[in-house]
Design a protein around this ligand. Structure first.
Ligand code: ADP
Length: 914
């Protein structure tokens, strides 16, 4: 066994040493890497004599990859000098990052001398230097060399033997090309910095400049000169050199997020970028405190992954045709391309001969391409600046025009509100007289209530315009603030009662003297409370808490109502803003109240906060200063404010009041959400029609189906279901499709009218409507239906024939056809009565009755009988049997009754008819 081992060893050594390097007279510089043999000491634990005993494997490539590891990488080769005139040579290892490189050179006595070189071998400075040795070898002499390389950092390199002259030449060539590249880099750095600082103030350019600064340092780190520039400590210098390159992902992420349309990609992309930055920082710390191969390798993987991901994003962006700024993207991609393959070679992913040349090509091209594109980047930037300047000017002009318009509007509001006041005054006074004259008259009460509402709206408008003109000043008087507030709250009690809302208010003091503007505080509190009551459903709760100190008043209005969605909350103080301004909204309003509240509070140097949760409620908290100090200059002295209780808040008239009118009068269904308007319309019609009321579209629809009215009057804007929806629903239900509809609306554009009419409204009236016109239109529609009804009734036989033939039928015709068919099916069945008829038609008795009356003027019994008689007449004409046979066939059990009915319908007895 030992013999066999010895033979193998000798054979291997023979192979290895047969890879002899021959130095000939023509040799100046020779890459000997193909001629070496290698051995990897995985634990780096063997001594030199032990290593000499090991088996070395011949190596046949032009470069060696020293992996990221703790191992000692051993190389062995033999040199023979056949150059008679040259005995001075240099052995050079091409990678200056190798931390320890020990050369073992065979001496004349056969022993080996160790010479230590490498980046971490103390040399008095940390300047970059390839590890190399000079050695002497005589003519025809042979020498064996061992080299041990220890490196945490993965390396790629080769061994060269060269003459000292060749070495000097190479160093000069390297220095030349390095200076050229350094010159380019410094130049680029300077102009990019200047441009970014003073000319192109664009995000993408600035981010790209940061990347370029990082890349310049990365280059100097990559060629091993950066660390030595800062320090003489070899370890620190090595770390700096490595890190300068390996923090590049941060710059690349910064640039990529500004150059790529990152918002278009899924959100995980930007998260992944953040993770890259965090990982880079973590790995950098690892490397700083523990310069070991695993940190270095992980960092290399990270840089590869980042660069590949950016490539991938570009592919996706091109594929999906996202807009890309190629003036940045092309140099950016070239920059990434320059070193990615070198990194990938270090982790053994790829190995091509042209990797280094390609990297250099990309590196230099990036510098030139960016230089060329720079002019376009600057041009584009200037263009964008011009456009934005123009936009700015346009916006400024627009703003000043809007301001002018606003002023005009404000003036207009002010004037018109003033104009409104005179007629209002003239209405309020005489109405009060009327009230005294006719104390029980409900309509006068409604008029008064609505005139007051009009007045308060006009006052709000006027206040707003005064605020806008800066004319609304605080009018501070000394008075009993607690009493004032109590009066205000008290005025809401009846409203609370009428809506069954628990209204609770608490105050710190029952009486408290303070300096305040009573009128403005009243407006603020009234608006907040009105909203609280408006947006809280029946049986809900509203709480108000007042806390006062000598200096400040704090009012918290808390309702447990519908709440406000978070995205709407920031807008509720905007003028004319309403959370829900659709036609189907539940609540009336103008959107002025809160805008006014906010501005009044500002005039009073206070502030307001709002919190709200949808479905739970809303809290408005108002703080207003009330101390003498705050209002020193504005106090109206010697004028003590007398507290007069305000009028109670507007209580809406009751929602429900069903008709008390009896009998056969046509039924009119009023669908309107404003209770006062309902009362008014009821007053117009209640002497001629039976009135049914509904408070919104949904209830209107339910009542239309329940009562089958003769006419529906409905509002356009209503909660739950608006007028158009109601119209559509009534028209598409067979039970109600015949009912004429009058639509009421405040909107009266052609478009609205057309839409309503298309959906089947028979008539349109705009608010405010004229009473007489309304009456005439209702009468006309009802009369028209009457005429139609008579026509249907007289021509029942024709209808029967028509409906059988007609392919496309209206809902009314469909109904009639069904009714006729059902009766015909049971013609001979004398027990087929109204009850069975209704069952077969799937309608209640009263609905059936109303619908038939509306269409044919006949009751259900009359309808069945008339069809039976029509059929009898047909049979008599065709003489199919005796009169009594035929009477029996059409479901009459009594012949005299048949004859009587027949005579009634056709004017002659059946025997004669025949
Ligand atoms: P409006 O006349 O419509 O009530 P406001 O300016 O008083 O106008 O209020 C603006 C909007 O803020 C209202 O349309 C309403 O949607 C919302 N809002 C105000 N107060 C409340 C509240 N207490 N609860 C729920 N929503 C409210």
């Amino acid at each position: 066994m030992k013999i066999l081992f010895f033979v193998v060893c000798c054979f291997c050594s023979f192979i290895a040493l047969s890879q002899e390097v021959s130095l000939t007279p023509s040799t100046k510089s020779i890459n000997i890497t193909e001629k070496i043999a290698v051995f990897e000491d995985k634990n780096a634990s063997l001594s030199f004599p032990q290593v000499q005993q090991q088996v070395f494997t011949p190596f046949s490539q032009r470069s060696i990859l020293i992996p990221f590891s703790d191992e000692a990488f051993w190389v062995k080769f033999k040199v023979k000098n056949t150059h008679p005139a040259q005995d001075d040579w240099i052995l050079d290892w091409s990678n200056f990052f190798a931390e320890y490189v020990s050369f073992f050179v065979q001496q004349d006595d056969g022993d080996f001398q160790e010479i230590k070189k490498g980046a971490l071998v103390a040399r008095g400075n940390a300047k970059r230097d390839n590890p190399y040795i000079n050695f002497k070898i005589g003519y025809q002499e042979e020498k064996v060399f061992y080299v041990k390389i220890l490196s945490q950092r993965g390396l790629y390199g080769r061994f060269t033997i060269l003459t000292p002259e060749a070495m000097a030449e190479e160093q000069i060539d390297d220095a030349k090309s390095e200076s050229f590249i350094n010159g380019l880099i410094v130049l680029r750095l300077v102009y990019v910095l200047l441009l970014a600082a003073f000319v192109v103030k664009e995000l993408a350019f600035r981010r790209y400049s940061i990347l370029l600064i990082m890349r310049s340092f990365a280059y100097w780190g990559f060629v091993g000169v950066l660390g030595g520039f800062f320090t003489n400590n070899v370890t620190t210098a090595l770390t700096i050199n490595f890190l300068s390159y390996h923090v590049l992902p941060i710059g690349q992420v910064l640039a990529a997020t500004a150059i790529l349309p990152i918002a278009r990609f899924p959100s995980f992309v930007s998260h992944a970028f953040k993770i890259v930055v965090a990982l880079t920082l973590v790995l950098a710390l690892g490397i700083i405190f523990d310069y070991r191969w695993y940190w270095l390798k992980a960092s290399t993987y990270l840089i590869i992954c980042t660069q590949l991901s950016i490539f991938a994003l570009y592919i996706v962006a091109v594929w999906r045709k996202y807009p890309l700024n190629w003036y940045y993207s092309v140099p950016f991609l070239l920059g990434i391309g320059s070193y990615i393959f070198i990194q990938m070679r270090l982790v053994s992913w790829v190995n091509f001969g042209w990797i280094f040349a390609f990297a250099n090509f990309c590196f230099i091209s990036e510098i030139f391409v960016f230089g060329v594109f720079l002019s376009r980047i600057i041009q584009n930037y200037e263009k964008a600046c011009l456009v934005s300047q123009k936009e700015l000017r346009f916006n400024q002009e627009q703003a000043s025009r809007l301001k002018e318009l606003d002023e005009l509007k404000t003036n207009f509001f002010t004037n018109i509100s003033h104009e409104f006041r005179t007629p209002l005054t003239l209405l309020i006074g005489p109405l009060a007289d009327f009230q005294k004259k006719y104390p029980g008259e409900r309509l006068v009460e409604i008029m008064q209530r609505n005139i007051m509402r009009l007045q308060s709206l006009i006052n709000q408008l006027l206040d707003l315009s005064k605020l806008e003109a800066g004319k609304l000043q605080p009018e501070i008087q000394k008075g009993d603030l607690a009493l004032h507030l109590r009066h205000l709250f008290g005025s809401f009690e009846s409203l609370a009662q009428s809506r069954n809302i628990i209204f609770h208010y608490e105050q710190t003091y029952t009486h408290e003297e303070a300096y305040f503007d009573a009128d403005k505080i009243e407006k603020i509190v009234t608006n907040l409370l009105s909203n609280a009551f408006k947006f809280t459903p029946q049986n809900g709760r509203v709480h108000v808490r007042v806390q006062t100190t000598l200096e400040e008043l704090k009012i918290v209005v808390h309702d447990f109502g519908i709440g406000i969605a978070p995205e709407r909350l920031p807008h509720i103080f905007d003028r004319f803003y309403q959370v829900d301004n659709s036609a189907g909204r539940h609540y009336e309003g103008t959107g002025i109240g809160l805008a006014l509240v906010k501005e009044l509070i500002e005039v009073l140097k206070g502030n307001v906060n709002v919190e709200s949760v949808v479905g739970k409620g809303t809290i408005f908290a108002v703080n207003i200063p009330i101390g003498r100090m705050t209002w020193e200059d504005q106090i109206i002295e010697h004028d003590y404010l007398e507290m007069i209780p305000p009028l109670p808040a507007l209580v809406q008239s009751s929602n429900e009041s069903e008709s008390t009118t009896e009998g056969q009068w046509p039924i009119v269904l009023l669908v309107e959400d404003n209770p006062d308007l309902r009362v008014y319309m009821r007053a117009i019609f209640e002497n001629q029609y039976q009135i049914i009321e509904a408070i919104d579209g949904q209830q209107g629809l339910e009542k239309a189906i329940e009562y089958i009215p003769d006419l529906v009057i409905c509002d356009l804007m209503m909660p739950r279901l608006d007028g158009l929806g109601l119209c559509r629903a009534i028209r598409s239900d067979i039970r109600t499709s015949h009912i004429p509809i009058i639509m009421l609306t405040a909107k009266s554009t052609m478009q609205d009218r057309l839409e309503g009419l298309e959906l089947g409204a028979d008539d349109y009236l705009t608010k405010p409507f004229n009473r007489d016109e309304m009456e005439v239109r209702v009468q006309n529609l009802i009369r028209q239906r009457e005429i139609l009804r008579q026509k249907y009734g007289q021509q029942i036989a024709e209808t029967m024939a028509q409906v059988r033939e007609k392919p496309v039928l209206s809902l009314n015709e469909q109904f009639l056809q069904k009714a006729v068919t059902v009766v015909e099916e049971h013609l001979s069945d004398s027990s087929f009565d109204v009850e069975l008829f209704c069952k077969a038609m799937n309608m209640s008795r009263s609905n059936m009755h109303r619908k038939l009356r509306a269409l044919t003027s006949q009751s259900a019994t009359e309808f069945i009988r008339s069809i039976r008689l029509e059929r009898a007449a047909e049979l008599l004409k065709r003489r199919t049997g005796t009169v009594s046979d035929i009477a029996f066939q059409v479901g009459f059990e009594s012949l005299p009754y048949f004859s009587k009915s027949f005579q009634e319908q056709f004017g002659i007895p059946p025997s004669e008819y025949r």
